[in-house]
Each structure stands twice: as C-alpha cells, then as structure tokens.
Design a protein around this ligand. Sequence first.
Ligand code: PLP
Length: 254
Amino acid sequence: MSGLDPSGGAGIQADIQAITALGAHPLPVLTCLTVQDTCNVYSATAVDADLIRAQLERLEGDTAIHAVKTGALGNAKVVAVLLEFLARHPNLPLIVDPVIKAAGGGDLADLELIESMTRQLFNHAEVITPNGIELVLLGHSDNEEQAARHILDAGCQSVLATGGHGEGPDIINTLYRGHTPPKHWAVERVGGEYHGTGCTLAASIAAGRAAGLSLEEAIEQAQRFVSAAIGRALAVGKGQPVPDRSIVLPRPSS
Ligand code: PLP
C-alpha cells in the first residue's frame, strides 16, 4: 500500500517494479495521489478510505496474501482501514516504510497520520524501515541506537535503520530488535541521492518475506537489489536519478 508518484521514482511504481523483479506478484493498493516530479512533492491527496476498505475486502476474499508493505499512507482514516484488515490477518509479515517527507522536503504525512502510525500501526510491524531523517523524527534522538530503541518501544518487532543519508565509504544498515544485539550490514556507497530507494528497499523486503525468506535473508536480498538498481539509475528528470528496477538480481556470490 503506497502513494502514486507520477514521476515513477517512488511510491507504488517503485513497489510494483521491485516486487515483480523479485518474483512476487504485487497487489497494488493506492493510498494517495501526489503532485510531484523528481525534485519534490508539491501536494498529496488521500484516496477515500472506504474505497480502500472495499479493495482490501475483495482481495482477501480472492487471493492468498503473504506480506504487506506500507509506504505513504495518505491520512489517518487509511491507517484505520489497514488496522481492520490486519486484525483479520494477525500473522502477516508487515513491512512499514514510515514515509513522512519527500527528499525535497515536501510533506507526505500530517501530524494526525504520524500519530496513528506510531501509536496504532507500528506495533503490528515485523520491521519498520526509517531512513536517517525519519529515524530522528520518529525516535526523537540524533543517536541512531537510542532512536531505534524508542521506536521499538512502540511495540514493533524490529527497526531497520538505513544509513543511505550518512557519509563514509559504506552505507551501514542496522537491524535493531528487542533482546538480541543489533545486526549490521555494510553496503558499498555508490554516492549521490536516489529517488525512491526507501520504497524499493521496503518493497523488496516484503517480496522476500512473501517468498518465504527469513527477515534477515529478505533484508540481504533487498540490499543487493537496491544496490544493483542504483548502480544503473536512470536520469529521468532534473532532480534525483531513479533506481532502475527492471533488473535481474544476480545470485549471491557465496
Ligand atoms: N511514497 C511516495 C508516494 C512518495 O512520493 C515518496 C517520496 O517522494 C515516498 C514514498 C518516499 O520515497 P523514498 O523511497 O525516497 O523514501
């Protein structure tokens, strides 16, 4: 579930492309329509929550659903409908990309939506995947571990803090869980910023979980997929390049 970015960089298009490339079948439920280009988001209008409820009811009556990924959610009413769905499917892996702002600074969530995500949705999540900016905003700390632990207090099973906005030769992504030590992954930093990497990562994790991978295996596959897609990024517009998700992922080297 995510929003439409008509520049094709982020949102539902990123999800559909990544999930398809990783061999799963996406069921794209659209949560909001944005006005945006590759530089910024200028407005976002939520899809009617009753329409989304009807879509989810039809889908669950028709097909097996193996994972849910959320991105921009539009408004708190959409979260309420999603919560109704999750109450009927308590064991589905839920991957939450807590989208709040576009890279250009445009808002993708108001305060009511942020509150409903943090207070009601996070506790259903298997993993929440904040980027550095979202981590500080939601975790109320500049310290990554403290911020991640604060988000864990909301009741989710794990937080994958992504280091794409940091510096250094490698991007360090870290999985924080309640009682086990953090797990770090070092991913080679290509340099630059890319539109829709957070969506691509979270959707790829969901595709892996839907295909039966463990969470750690799904994260590893997702990181390889994002790196490969960024390595062939497309200069679509005047803003950030867009990861090329039309790739076939090479097999792991080990
Ligand atoms: N979802 C939508 C609809 C968006 O427009 C954006 C950013 O512009 C995002 C999600 C977040 O994108 P990213 O993957 O860069 O975090």
